[in-house]
Design a protein around this ligand. Structure first.
Ligand code: C2E
Ligand code: MG
Ligand code: MG
Ligand code: MG
Length: 294
């Protein structure tokens, strides 16, 4: 029986599956408590307007500060959270905690309404009938306008187009929340859905950029994807920009915005606040003074 199980574990491969069965069940128990024990931490990574290097907003990325195992990346525990049904609590915790942080930054750092917080939502969340009420109530309580929030949803979560998922997307859009397809280009989905779904932005997966300077024809390929997104009437965002050259190439193609280690790594909340207090622009690895602030 153990052998049969071992085989099926290998088939549905996810990073978390690398752990032994025993460790996994221990981590599951710990993850259930992690939210209550305040072990989850949020990091923020700027999204930048490529033409000006202006910070358009930040994406919130969750980490698990484990008391023994150290800082665990989300790719390791999000699949586990989905599997054991903790993802709902986790996503709501991320949403409310990061919106609270944004509300504070808006007050203390005088961020304007077009500064956007981007929150990743799991596919499971889109199936929750009360998602829109939850978001609406939070925004109202914190006095954050809906346009300052963007939800990022992976294309695999969207393409199934279930009734509840569509209801969630449409209602969020009606509310004024931005909707972005994340990791575009990694699922095996039909491209016609780009024109049919209530979304406003598409974030192209970093795997498409990683081969930009090595694989022949990749620049043309990326240019075509950019055109495709535009032709669908949507805004393109590129993730995983790691070099000056990539930033320049995307800018030359007319791509509006992007994020990546070249501009800024994800940072803790206080570091993010310190950055935003000093500048709204990111330069060649170092902050450029903001003419509006100085
Ligand atoms: P994602 O939404 O596509 O997030 C982008 C990932 O790329 C982040 O990894 C970020 O740290 C990383 N990244 C950013 N710039 C670069 C770069 O220039 N080069 C490289 N190689 N990587 C870069 P991270 O933080 O490990 O997050 C991984 C995934 O975990 C996210 O992918 C998202 O799908 C998921 N995730 C993170 N936070 C949450 C959350 O609060 N809720 C849910 N449901 N999922 C989350
Ligand atoms: Mg994302
Ligand atoms: Mg992404
Ligand atoms: Mg990704």
């Amino acid at each position: 029986a153990a052998k049969r199980e071992g085989r099926s574990i290998i088939k549905v491969f996810q990073p978390v599956m690398l752990y032994s069965r025993q460790l996994r069940s221990q981590m599951a128990t710990e993850l259930r408590d992690a939210i209550r024990s305040d072990e989850l931490v949020l990091h923020y990574q700027p999204v930048v307007e490529l033409a000006t290097n202006r910070i358009l907003g930040v994406e919130v990325l969750v980490r698990w500060q484990h008391p023994v195992r150290g800082l665990i990346p989300p790719d390791t525990f999000i699949p586990l959270a989905e599997e054991i049904g903790v993802i709902h609590d986790l996503d709501r915790w991320v949403m409310s905690t990061s919106l609270r942080e944004l509300a504070r930054w808006r007050r203390e750092l005088k961020l304007d309404d077009d500064f956007q917080l981007r929150v990743n939502l799991s596919a499971v969340e889109l199936k929750q009938l009360d998602l829109v009420d939850y978001v609406r109530a939070l925004l109202r309580e914190l006095e954050v306008p809906a346009c300052s929030l963007v939800v990022e949803i992976t294309e695999t979560a969207i393409v199934t187009r279930g009734e509840v998922e569509m209801y969630s997307l449409l209602s969020l859009q009606q509310l004024g929340v931005g909707i972005e397809i994340d990791d575009f280009g990694t699922g095996y989905s039909s491209i016609s859905y780009l024109r049919e779904l209530p979304v406003s932005m598409v974030k192209v997966d970093r795997s498409l950029l990683s081969e930009l300077n090595t694989r022949p024809g990749q620049l043309e390929f990326v240019a075509a994807i950019l055109q495709l997104i535009r032709a669908a009437g949507l805004e393109a965002v590129f993730e995983g920009i790691e070099t000056q050259e990539q930033a320049d190439q995307l800018r030359a193609l007319g791509c509006n915005s992007g994020q990546g280690f070249f501009f800024c790594h994800p940072m803790a909340a206080d570091e993010t606040a310190a950055l935003l207090a000093g500048t709204r622009y990111l330069g060649l690895g170092e902050a450029v003074d903001d003419p509006e602030i100085t």
